[in-house]
Design a protein around this ligand. Structure first.
Ligand SMILES: NC(=O)c1ccc[n+]([C@@H]2O[C@H](COP(=O)([O-])OP(=O)(O)OC[C@H]3O[C@@H](n4cnc5c(N)ncnc54)[C@H](OP(=O)(O)O)[C@@H]3O)[C@@H](O)[C@H]2O)c1
Length: 264
């Protein structure tokens, strides 16, 4: 199936950790992360994220629900859905959002279990660079009807992909390409979602900007969290595109993914 190019970018400690601790997503701020991040707004345009956006010009970014809610957090209650749920399980692409003037991109987020509330829908809230960007959820047949009804009430578009307890990432990417014309997705997700993309053979490029710090911790979110390889499974091989020294002790590694046999 036709799918967009998928580029992954993460910022990690030297031991591959993506956050300081499992119970506190970085979105809510963590001064301990900032201590190793040593970031300054003046350097933003030279950071790996901004550079990779200029290189690939993605029309969509991708996050997982883990970037918004820690695993095990109880989502806020929703009113139960009354009526025939079947129509909710069709893609929801309201014209008012899809064909709005000034569209530039989609913030897509996988939320098959319907865990996230209080979405910020309009990219303008994140500054001038994100004007014209809008939220789009990726859900599946297993997503609770009450959550899909909530997304519809909020005019949050969604694509339905997968019926086995997870969003089918290949199908979701295919729909982004065919229904919305997306040719490049920049995944800024955590290790579980990026790991699922990798194992499904859906990743074209891996970027990691290493920070000068070591965090440790067996449960700390890490790059590419997947089940272990089976005895006959090969690791993913990479071809170096560039290795760039950044300011303040950061190192940005950029790799092309060498497809395994049979992968497209
Ligand atoms: N430093 C960085 O660059 C960076 C970037 C992003 C996040 N983070 C941090 O990393 C942490 C979150 O990472 P995480 O690994 O816990 O969460 P995550 O990457 O968001 O992974 C959970 C998401 O992956 C989906 N998923 C898991 N397995 C799947 C599969 N087999 N098929 C399809 N979808 C699948 C889940 O779907 P459902 O929702 O449908 O269950 C969920 O949306 C947070 O602390 C965050 O702050 C750091």
């Amino acid at each position: 199936m036709k799918r967009p190019q998928v580029i992954i970018i993460n910022t990690a400690s030297v031991d591959g950790k993506l956050a300081i601790s499992p119970e506190r997503p970085l979105l809510y701020g963590d001064e301990r992360w900032q201590a190793i991040e040593a970031w300054s707004p003046a350097e933003e345009s030279t950071g790996a994220y901004d550079q990779i956006k200029r290189i690939h010009r993605p029309q969509a970014t991708l996050e997982g629900s883990g970037s918004f809610v820690p695993e095990g957090a109880e989502p806020g209650p929703l009113p139960p859905f009354e009526g025939d749920p079947e129509p909710l399980y069709e893609d929801f692409l309201p014209d008012g959002v899809i064909r709005r003037e000034g569209h530039r991109g989609w913030f897509t987020a996988v939320d098959g279990r319907g865990r996230v509330r209080n979405w910020i829908k309009d990219g303008a809230a994140f500054g001038a660079d994100h004007v014209g960007w809008h939220l789009l959820a990726l859900v599946g047949r297993h997503t609770p009807a009450a959550y899909l009804a909530y997304l519809q009430r909020e005019s949050i578009p969604y694509l339905v992909a997968g019926d086995n307890g997870h969003v089918d990432l290949g199908v979701a990417l295919g729909k982004l390409a065919t229904e919305l014309g997306v040719t490049c997705v920049l995944s800024t997700a955590g290790g579980k979602l990026n790991g699922a993309l990798l194992r499904a053979g859906l990743v074209d490029e891996v970027n990691v900007e290493f920070l000068p710090g070591v965090i440790g911790g067996r449960d700390t979110p890490s790059l590419f969290e997947t089940p272990g390889l089976a005895p006959d499974e090969m690791p993913t091989r990479l071809k170096l595109i560039s290795a760039q020294m950044q300011t303040r002790g950061r190192v940005w590694l950029r790799y092309h993914v060498i497809p395994k046999e049979g992968e497209v």
